[in-house]
Design a protein around this ligand. Structure first.
Ligand code: HEC
Length: 123
């Protein structure tokens, strides 16, 4: 009789351990799947703070930007530019656009280029 009870405890105990294990695994999986999102959020925040004052939040160009003749970043003219050229424009600036190589890392510049391409797809 006593032994039965111990066995029940062991079974309940291992079931609980199993449940904890499953919950932890699901939690870790959901975190690892969510990780690209903060990255995108960081890039769109960078775009909003560094680029949107001239290019507008959607890349179309702000009022200030339009007065400087910024191109619509969603336009085919900009979208067809090779990445290497976009890196160079963002790093070194162009016309009225300031250089960003001292304030943005290479990784950030690459993420911004992907972001610029994603603006095109949203249209
Ligand atoms: C002070 C205003 C200003 C800011 C801030 C700015 N730009 Fe620009 N950008 C311009 C102007 C002006 C042009 C047009 C330059 C030209 O063709 O002479 C331009 C052009 C561009 C082009 C197209 C270049 C081409 O050859 O068609 C891209 C891409 C671009 N900017 C991306 C960015 C990104 C990404 C950021 C943020 C890191 C940014 N810009 C920040 C003013 C700005």
């Amino acid at each position: 009789m006593k032994q039965d009870k111990t066995e029940r405890h062991v079974i309940v105990g291992s079931a609980m351990l199993l449940a904890i294990f499953v919950v932890v695994t699901l939690f870790v999986v959901s975190i690892s799947q969510a990780s690209p999102a903060p990255d995108n959020a960081a890039t769109s925040a960078t775009f909003r703070t560094k680029c949107a004052m001239c290019h507008g939040p959607d890349g179309a160009g702000s009022t200030v930007g339009k007065s400087m003749n910024v191109p619509d970043l969603r336009s085919p003219e900009v979208q067809k530019l090779p990445d290497a050229q976009l890196v160079q424009i963002i790093s070194d600036g162009k016309g009225g656009m300031p250089p960003f190589k001292s304030s943005l890392s290479e990784d950030q510049i690459h993420s911004l280029i992907a972001y610029v391409h994603s603006l095109h797809q949203k249209k």
